[in-house]
Design a protein. Structure first.
Length: 552
């Protein structure tokens, strides 16, 4: 049996600190390959490394993963869910990406407090057979990387892989024996396994960004409850930060609304629901006497530039051969296989509004048409009326609860807060489908309301009302989703098997036990393939162990 074993240990990756408040999280990330064709799907698996003294409830639940150029320009990226510090996913490499060396970087929002030098970087080679252009490169970087690669230490370890044979025919079943279950669980805390052409999997050292990179000027908190949206409120003219300003956030189409006040430094922090895909948000601030509040939103991804090694695009002969095979397989497979990335598929919209079942509903079309919205409240038997004081109109619920008279009601139009009652009363009743009422004190975040009056338009277009001038619309990315597990099943004989990644298990320890063996079917493309186990042991060392097989 032909078997090659090796282990690459990287010492000192994760600094231990007994004080979790001053401890920086670290990310270890592994990819299914290190060579890709433009347009392919890049699979990855990641583990968040934290000291034993760090409370698990405070560790981040969101991993930011980006494909960048050596100068830090972003090609694509996404946000991925971390479940007990482990996560996986994929990124679609844009088809227009030119050939060259790129980097897959990963970090948490908490890590942005230390800057890009603390992030994880994996070097990726992308080849675009349809474009002659290549990324700019530096000769000195090529020499530096060659020196780093030759300096790597290869040594054996107790983590051992073996295949049941040395060579296989196309479509033949391959069985890989994994290490002893008990021993592996004692030494390995996280591991993934990939099978791909040998020259498409290189063991690259972790590059370090330029020392010029510095922490972000903004202080970020750990996203231990999920994706967050942060920013600050400032005066439009004086550009000073405004504390205690009401900030409202609506997730359009989801019947979801959030509210809070800016803190003493003028900043705000929203913990968002666990949605996937993109959602349209609307943020606006409340009125403030003597100032014009403006909302400024923090970048969700790190905007800082870095300087990473940019070697010459010079493939070896084995790499040229594999690159051609990858390109042919990808082109053939694109005619037969459907894309498994689910980024465009979004969760079903909420059917129930955030306030639940209303205490009353006023259906406009059930009544004789009246000239104004105010008439529907005052002329019909309704639990809320429009009143006037000092030439200013306001809504007030009939209720025996004292809080209903102390706090103003929350007024919504298509679940966007509007604090100008004149704008609401100017609505045309013909544009309103119904008015939902909550006749009870309602607490949302830091805010207390004397009930809720929710106007629902017929066309979901805010009924033409002018939304607050302090507001801003944005399309915000929530969790990215992906079917990142390559199916080990055999491809039908009437279809070509063009898998460039033959097998991928992002977390073979996910069930708490190690499988005794894994099986997959040999692809149609002949050549040398690498079965690579990558992971993190309990001391924080990166481990890699591999076996080679040949497809005839």
């Amino acid at each position: 049996m032909f078997l090659l074993l090796f282990l690459v240990s990287i010492q000192g990756l994760f600094a231990q600190n007994s004080d979790w408040k001053s401890t920086t999280e670290k990310v270890a990330l592994f990819t299914d390959r290190t060579m890709y064709i433009a347009g392919e799907k890049l699979l990855f698996s990641a583990c968040l490394i934290i000291p034993d003294t760090y409370p698990d409830s405070l560790s981040s639940r969101v991993l930011y993963c980006e494909l960048i150029t050596p100068d830090g320009s972003r090609i694509t990226g996404g946000k991925f869910y971390l479940d007990r510090s482990v996560g996986n996913g994929c990124l679609q490499i844009p088809s227009e990406t030119v050939s060259g060396t790129y980097y897959l970087r990963a970090y948490t929002k908490w890590m942005r407090n230390e800057g890009p030098a603390s992030y994880h970087y994996s070097r990726i080679l992308i080849i675009n057979p349809d474009k002659k252009e290549v990324l700019p490169a530096r000769d000195q970087d090529s020499a530096m990387l060659m020196s780093e690669n030759s300096a790597q230490e290869m040594q054996a370890d107790t983590v051992i892989l073996s295949a049941n044979k040395r060579s296989y025919n196309r479509r033949e079943k391959v069985t890989v024996m994994l290490p002893d279950t008990g021993e592996m669980l004692k030494s390995v805390g996280f591991a993934c396994l990939t099978v791909a052409p040998e020259s498409s999997l290189e063991s690259y050292p972790l590059p370090i960004p330029s020392s010029k990179s510095s922490p972000d000027s903004t202080i970020f908190y750990s996203e231990n409850r999920g994706i967050s949206l942060t920013g600050h409120v400032e005066d439009k003219d004086q550009r000073i930060l405004l504390p205690g300003i009401e900030v409202n956030l609506s997730i359009l189409g989801e019947k979801d609304f959030m509210a809070m006040r800016s803190d003493s430094s003028g900043r705000f922090f929203f913990s968002l629901p666990d949605y996937s895909g993109n959602r349209d948000l609307f943020l606006c601030s409340g009125k403030e006497a003597g100032s014009q509040p403006v909302i400024k939103i923090d970048n969700d991804f790190c905007p800082q530039q870095v300087s990473l090694p940019s070697p010459l695009f010079d493939l070896t002969e084995p790499e040229k051969k594999v690159a051609l095979e990858l390109a042919v397989n990808f082109q053939v497979s694109s005619y037969f296989n459907e894309d498994t990335i689910l980024a465009a598929k979004e969760d079903q919209h909420n059917a129930v509004p955030f306030y639940g079942k209303p205490t009353g509903i006023l259906l406009i079309d059930q009544y004789i048409e009246m000239p104004t919205i105010e008439d529907y409240f005052n002329e019909l038997p309704c639990e809320v009326k429009v009143r006037k004081s000092h030439d200013m109109k306001y809504f007030r619920f009939y209720s025996s609860q004292a809080e209903m008279a102390i706090f103003d009601p929350l007024i919504l139009i298509d679940f966007v807060a509007v604090d100008d009652i004149d704008r609401i009363l100017a609505l045309s009743p013909r544009d309103i489908s119904r008015i939902e009422l909550v006749n009870a004190p309602y607490v949302k975040g830091q805010m207390m309301y004397g009930g809720i009056i929710s106007f629902i338009s017929k066309e979901n277009d805010f009924a033409g009302v002018d939304l607050p001038s302090s507001g801003t619309f944005l399309s915000y990315g929530f969790y990215s989703t992906c079917d990142s597990l390559t199916a080990p099943g055999i491809v039908p004989e009437n279809r070509p098997d063009g898998r460039n990644t033959v097998y991928w298990d992002p977390n073979i320890l996910s069930s708490g036990t190690v499988k005794k063996n894994i099986s997959f079917y040999a692809p149609d493309t002949p050549g040398q393939y690498l079965i690579l186990l990558q992971g993190i042991d309990h001391s924080g060392k990166v481990i890699r162990s591999a076996a080679r097989i040949e497809i005839l």
